[in-house]
Design a protein around this ligand. Structure first.
Ligand code: ADE
Length: 254
């Protein structure tokens, strides 16, 4: 196995199934109520873990990956709801920066600011994000063969996926009404997608100086049908996309 150890985190099992199946020489360690699976993915020393849903779960797991399992860098893959006007279900969003949309300690601190850091946006690692973006372009960009069958593409009305890069916002809330997603769009007009873990991972990685990157496939549009779209999407598409993305990242040119 080569390279500094990489921690790969997803929130739920359907987002990581393909990666777990591809893992070699694996052994599992139970810690803090989670299963950490250590092994090799395309020759790289990795730890796979499901953090569970929400910011606290993500922060606790991130801390363990860094402190207990010695991960030198982290990657989060999973699904998100689309907020940006031109991001569609099936598109991939790579985070440049992340913000907690439900953090509000006003009037003591500005809205969204993590108290005593002076920051509301936490940047993903530039080099790792660039590599992830290149991997996403190679897997999903124009001219790439589709990863999923025609029937599934038709069922979800999936177009050829586009790869976006920008702000992803996180909060302890599944956004499932048009009114709630409109409110987010109004207050955070540059947010491309919403999910429930990424900004917590970013904050902990910032505290430890651990580089991290995050990619999300859009499972829904964070509107009134979000829960239906999300449920179907994670079963059919999420795992295949994560697997292909991580393979392209760890084995460029594969
Ligand atoms: N993850 C996937 N879709 C989401 C949504 N609509 N809100 C929050 N997290 C999500």
């Amino acid at each position: 196995m080569t390279g500094p150890r990489l921690g790969i985190v997803s929130a739920i099992a359907q987002e990581q199934r393909g990666l777990l199946d591809a893992l070699q020489s694996s052994r599992s360690v139970r810690h803090g109520n989670r299963d950490y699976t250590l092994g090799a993915l395309w020759g790289r020393d990795v730890v796979l873990v499901l953090c569970g849903i929400g910011k606290v779960a993500a922060a606790a797991t991130t801390t363990s990956l860094i402190v207990e399992f010695g991960c030198a860098s982290l990657l989060f893959t999973g699904v998100a709801g689309g907020l940006g006007e031109d991001v569609r279900v099936g598109d991939v969003v790579i985070a440049d920066s992340l913000l907690q949309h439900d953090l509000d300690a006003r009037p003591l601190y500005p809205q969204y600011e993590v108290p005593d850091t002076g920051k509301s946006r936490f940047a993903a690692d530039a080099a790792q994000t660039q590599a992830l973006h290149a991997a996403a372009q190679s897997v999903f960009g124009a001219g790439s063969p589709s990863l999923i069958g025609a029937a599934t593409r038709q069922a979800f009305g999936l177009h050829a996926p586009r790869v976006h890069r920008g702000l992803i916002v996180s909060g302890d809330q599944f956004i499932s009404t048009r009114a709630d997603s409109d409110a987010l769009r109004l207050s955070l007009p540059d947010a491309l997608a919403v999910e429930m873990e990424g900004a917590a991972v970013a904050q902990v990685c910032h505290d430890y100086g651990t580089p991290f990157a995050l990619a999300r496939t859009l499972s829904d549009r964070a509107d009134d049908s979000a829960h239906i779209d999300f449920g179907q999407f994670i079963h059919t598409v999420a795992s295949a996309y994560s697997l292909a993305l991580v393979q392209a990242l760890l084995m460029p040119g594969s």
